[in-house]
Design a binder for this molecule. Structure first.
Ligand code: NAD
Length: 802
């Protein structure tokens, strides 16, 4: 079978979703043409051009870097249908109207290539009904592809087939969406609102209803149903404001229009408070008012009794917050037994979610894992309803839910399905087992997908009860100390995992790194630095240096800093490649760890920067030596013998600015623009493929005859560049933009990246610049204003401006 190739994608509809999907395709290096209606006035592509402009300003940023908006090709249906012939995938994301969508499909059908997959991003319309109107030739290649807003950041994509969709189409799409777009796929049945919005919005409606029953205000509900409950930090009402109350109303209407026979139909009524807000056009964040309103710096909440906005900030009762920290079984028991209205409310919404999920499982999803994943990836919960239920004790919770249904406390009187109490689920005490997750429609446990794409994931995200091996206990252990583990999965590549809090780099981490390199050089093809959570490293562990500093002052610290620099040089010049597999933050020392690796493999959401100035210090783990060397490399863009073809100063100033302003990339793509990733590095869309790709890279480098870089000299920009930078800094200081201490720190950074008091073009080595870094770092440690910044950060976590 020929491989499914996506050379180009057409996105139809440049609205909220279409434009952002196009942006994400660009992030993932997929060429994209974005269509909308031809504008009635002005340039014919006016609608699309405006949407593309809008992408540059939207927050959170849909694009890796704003200038990439230029890569989206604009088109309209009147003039450019011919472009569709070159597209292997068409994603339709126009307004949610069946008649409009059908008319568009008729219009584009003749222009499509024979192999093209056509997929609708509809959130509420029936995919099968949409398919029915398609020409026969397209039907086998038509399906639903439901992204979540914002598509760059929300992991979930639901794929929905129709009775006429060819099986291979969904397999191909699932593989593409996973590896190339980094999304996590759940296959949904073609039922109203599919899985995540069905369960999620029903849950929000239930929450609104129970909040009224228990007399809780929106701010208290949000505090209770946010992070404390393991859900998205915006809780319930603020989430609705962010999504847009009109969008939410749309999803609710789909429930109301299509689910008349659903036993929960009664709970799909629009809550009066929501109806009132919709009526006055208060649609949430986009109109400036909804359940909340921001006035100046203050957040106000709506008081439904008076319809006035009053100060917000209500929080969960301490006792309830404490209960929420307990393990699931005890947590649910205490909530249920407590007489505190907040606790009763929480038990009620959890009960409703278990009840709802169990009653609908057979209808809306193939199995319970799909429901739990849909809720994790689409609604940002840490555990879906089934896994929480199972973790809290299946039978016990089932009994409690049944008791509430029996006495009429639940949302409806529909009983829990028989499979909850009898047969395999009862015997296994849950829906998730190592063999698979329960399928109520098939009456059996269903294993995970065997699609080849999942072989790329060594440790795929998994649900509670699935019995998956934890990465930090997997493979063969080669070395371990309190903050690192060196291990191997395949006997070919060694892996260093940092287990310290925030993966802060301490002497123990340095020990693990050196050990890892030694082990890898002796018998492996390379060393991959990877940890199973979403932090690469938040930097050097300043606290671990405190005792030495107290005893010996900055003099005692200097040798410690040198050890770190030496370790990074050891890594750079190791005889096997060290590959940093990055995800989440890589700041300060974490950034330095990455840039001294032979290669970086970074998940799309990786945030890299040298942020030391925030604590009144300068990068001193080789960060500035890296900038100095890179400036020379970029200026020369050629081997050592050919230095200084171009002006080093320009590149040195760019690097200087990034460090002096503590710039952090807002993703891997921007981090690359800042120079902390190279074009030869790999950006990996799917987080669960990161380790596999890093191992592959390490092996390929070794197998290609890897040698470390040659230690050599490179030219620096010298004292004249320092003077230029200082001139600009003085203007900023005199204009009141930076403080005298900022000026001082920035000057030290400039001196290091330009090589200090030497002529332009002087040749230096890395150790020389590292000495400048070290001296600057230690002098600042003794500076009272830097000490104030460090203490402030350690005690409050916030930067001190002085
Ligand atoms: P939108 O209103 O922002 O954009 C709709 C686009 O469709 C506009 O650019 C408009 O010019 C175009 N359009 C309108 N009438 C048309 C017609 N007759 N023919 C061709 N194009 C036409 O909508 P959106 O929020 O981006 O939603 C688009 C689709 O994505 C809908 O099916 C929606 O259900 C779905 N969806 C939306 C969200 C969300 O949060 N907004 C999330 C997931 C899925």
């Amino acid at each position: 079978m020929a491989r499914f190739q996506v050379r180009k994608v057409a996105v139809l509809g440049a609205g909220v979703m279409g434009a952002q999907i196009a942006a994400h395709l660009v992030n993932c290096k997929v060429p994209v043409v974005l269509f909308d209606l031809a504008a009635k006035e002005g340039p014919s592509n006016g609608i699309v051009i405006k949407a593309i402009e809008g992408l540059k300003k939207l927050k959170p940023a849909p694009l890796g870097v704003a200038e990439d908006a230029a890569l989206i090709q604009a088109a309209n249906y009147d003039e450019h249908l011919g472009l569709l012939a070159g597209c292997d995938l068409v994603i339709e994301a126009i307004a949610e109207r069946m008649d409009w969508k059908l008319a568009l499909y008729q219009k584009i059908a003749p222009a499509l290539a024979a192999h093209t997959i056509v997929a609708s991003n509809t959130s509420g319309l029936s995919i099968t009904a949409l398919s029915a109107a398609l020409p026969e030739s397209i039907k086998p290649r038509f399906c639903g592809i439901h992204f979540f807003n914002p598509p760059r950041y929300m992991a979930l994509v639901e794929l929905i087939n129709t009775p006429t969709t060819e099986a291979v189409v969904l397999d191909e799409l699932e593989s593409f969406v996973t590896t190339y777009l980094g999304k996590s796929v759940v296959r949904a049945h073609d039922t109203p609102n599919f899985i995540a919005n069905r369960v999620g919005i029903a849950g929000m409606l239930a929450t609104m209803k129970e909040a009224e029953t228990y007399g809780l205000s929106f701010d208290v509900v949000d505090d209770l149903t946010g992070k404390k409950l393991g859900r998205a930090s915006s809780g319930t009402f603020r989430t609705a404001d962010v999504v847009g109350l009109d969008t939410m109303a749309h999803v609710i209407k789909t429930l109301q229009d299509n689910l008349k026979d659903d036993p929960f139909f009664g709970s799909y009524a629009t809550p009066p408070v929501l109806a009132a807000l919709l009526k006055v056009g208060a649609l949430g964040q986009k109109t400036g008012a909804g359940f909340y309103k921001k006035v100046g710096k203050d957040i106000l909440r709506l008081d439904p009794a008076t319809q006035a906005y009053v100060p917000a900030g209500g929080k969960a009762d301490d006792i309830v917050a404490r209960i929420l920290k307990k393990a699931p079984a005890e947590r649910l028991k205490l909530l249920r037994e407590s007489s505190n209205p907040q606790a009763q409310f929480l038990w009620a919404i959890l009960r409703d979610s278990f009840h709802y999920a169990a009653v609908h499982l057979a209808d809306i999803a193939d199995n319970a894992r799909d429901v739990d994943f849909a809720m994790r990836w689409g609604f940002g919960v840490s555990q879906g309803p089934f896994e929480l239920w199972q973790a809290a004790g299946w039978q016990q919770v089932a009994g409690w839910v049944k008791a509430d249904i029996d006495v009429g406390k639940a949302l409806c009187s529909a009983p829990l399905p028989d499979w909850v109490f009898d047969g395999p689920v009862a015997a296994h005490a849950g829906v998730h087992t190592p063999e698979g997750s329960w399928s109520a429609s098939r009456g059996s446990y269903v294993p995970r997908s065997t699609l080849a794409v999942y072989q790329r994931q060594h440790f795929p995200e998994s649900v509670f009860g699935a019995g998956t091996v934890e990465p930090l206990k997997a493979g063969t252990e080669l070395f371990k100390n309190a903050e690192t583990r060196v291990w191997t999965l395949d006997g070919e590549v060694a892996i260093l995992s940092i287990t310290a809090k925030l993966h802060l780099i301490s002497p123990l981490v340095v020990e693990g790194l050196l050990k890892g390199i030694e082990i890898a050089e002796a018998g492996y093809k390379g060393l991959v630095i990877w940890s199973p959570d979403d932090v690469f490293s938040a930097g050097a562990n300043l606290e671990s240096l405190m005792p030495v500093f107290m005893k010996l002052g900055a003099k005692g610290i200097e040798p410690e800093v040198k050890k770190l620099q030496d370790a990074f040089l050891r890594m750079r010049y190791a005889n096997v490649p060290v590959v940093s597999a990055m995800r989440g933050i890589a700041l300060g020392g974490g950034c330095e760890l990455a840039v001294y690796s032979a290669k970086r493999v970074a998940a799309m959401e990786t945030y890299v920067g040298l942020v030391e100035v925030g604590v009144g210090l300068v990068p001193a783990g080789g960060g500035l030596a890296y900038i100095a060397r890179r400036a020379a490399e970029m200026a020369g863009a050629a081997p050592v013998s050919n230095w200084a073809n171009a002006d080093i100063m320009k590149f040195a100033i760019d690097g200087f600015t990034n460090a002096a302003m503590a710039k952090v990339g807002t993703g891997a793509i921007e981090s690359r623009k800042l120079g902390y990733l190279l074009w030869s590095d790999v950006i990996v869309p799917h987080k669960d493929e990161l380790l596999g790709v890093a191992i592959t890279q390490a092996k390929a480098m070794f197998d290609s005859g890897y040698r470390p870089p040659v230690r050599g000299l490179f030219p620096v920009a010298g004292r004249s560049a320092v003077a230029t930078i200082q001139g600009q800094l003085a203007n900023m200081r005199d204009g009141g933009f930076i403080s005298a201490h900022d000026f001082h720190i920035s000057t030290l950074i400039a001196q290091a990246v330009c090589g200090g008091d030497v002529d332009a073009g002087s040749l230096v080595n890395e150790e020389y610049v590292m000495t400048l870094e070290r001296k600057a770092f230690c002098s600042l440690l003794e500076h009272p204003k830097s000490q104030e910044r460090i203490m402030g950060m350690l005690s409050t976590g916030k930067p001190v401006r002085n």
